[in-house]
Design a protein around this ligand. Sequence first.
Ligand code: SF4
Length: 397
Amino acid sequence: MIYGLYIHFPFCVHKCFYCDFYSLENLSLIEIFVESLLIEIDLQTINLPSKPKIDTIYLGGGTPSLLTPQLMEKIFAKIYDKFEIIENAEITIECNPGTTDIAYLKNYKSLGANRISFGVQSFIPAELKFLERIHSVDEVYKAYNLARKTGFDNISIDLIFSLPNQSFDNWKFSLAQAISLQPNHISAYSLIYEENTPLFNSYKKGKIAKNNSDLDADFYNITTEMLGLAGFNQYEVSNYCLPGQFSRHNCKYWNSSEFFAFGPSAVGVIDDVRYKNFSSLSKYNKSIKSNLRPIEYTEQLTEEIRLFERVFLTLRAQGLDVNTFKNEFGIDILHICKELFVLFIQNNFMTIENGFIKLTADGYFIGDDITLKIMDKIENSDYSCRNANAGDVRDIL
Ligand code: SF4
């Protein structure tokens, strides 16, 4: 088994208006956190018979680019000590353009990092201000060019669309600027109104008007069209890459692969058990001090859960492999969902090619509804098709 490894770094200079990731603004706690993190890695690996093999590492957050080179070295030394990092592993560090520094970038490179993910979000100053991002547009260009100069040949850019009062022209401008930088990968998310964020509270109080789903769809269509024309393949509902340059780490989530996770609020899956760490640095530190892993809850991934997640996650991403699905769950999905799939294909929501069920750009947009309809069909079948042969996909076209 080859695993992924995620570390959640829980600090930011300023909490953005819309963000519900666990992060604190008290940067004086960073060193204490790193000490706890190193112990957490020890606690999780101490009883393993051999070093787990890792082929993707993702240092996210939060704002990991706040870590000094000394602290970053400590973290990587621990990772290299406790895990076997295989050759050509993908090692990503999330960077805020406002805290990106040439010495820090060189440090990442020397530690083996080979991918940078920049949280850019917009190229319009007023939008960055609305989102309460700490960086300026100038800093985006500067940080991006520094990363290229430092030798990072794999860079991703995150963008957000469908902001209140955002014009289509402004969104097209941000997309065009992102494309002009020639990144390898772009993640473009619709603004989510997460509960307990200042954004959500402002919306609830009527201070902010949320775009309706038709407007959301228009922004989404602009995104898929512009990125498609620029040569980016959509390989997940919000993720686009130049050919072959998808995020190997993120694909682990969508393929239901297993991964270690460390840091407050981090979620990992090992041996079919999902675990979530405390979303509280003080609880996290306290648990570590008592030599206990800082786990808030665990969940055994039963066949039922795995089945739902396999449909939901693979359809959101690179598609559901009919034969693998049948081998794992004993379900002939083409047989059970035949009429449904014919309808989805006729409406340009789905394609079935080479044994893969994939959603189109239109299908991605209503992916949750599609998953629910498929699950409804599966749950209401008696699984009597478990022993049937996987039908030839051409039968239903
Ligand atoms: S920088 Fe990122 S993680 Fe930090 S508050 Fe803003 S959106 Fe959240």
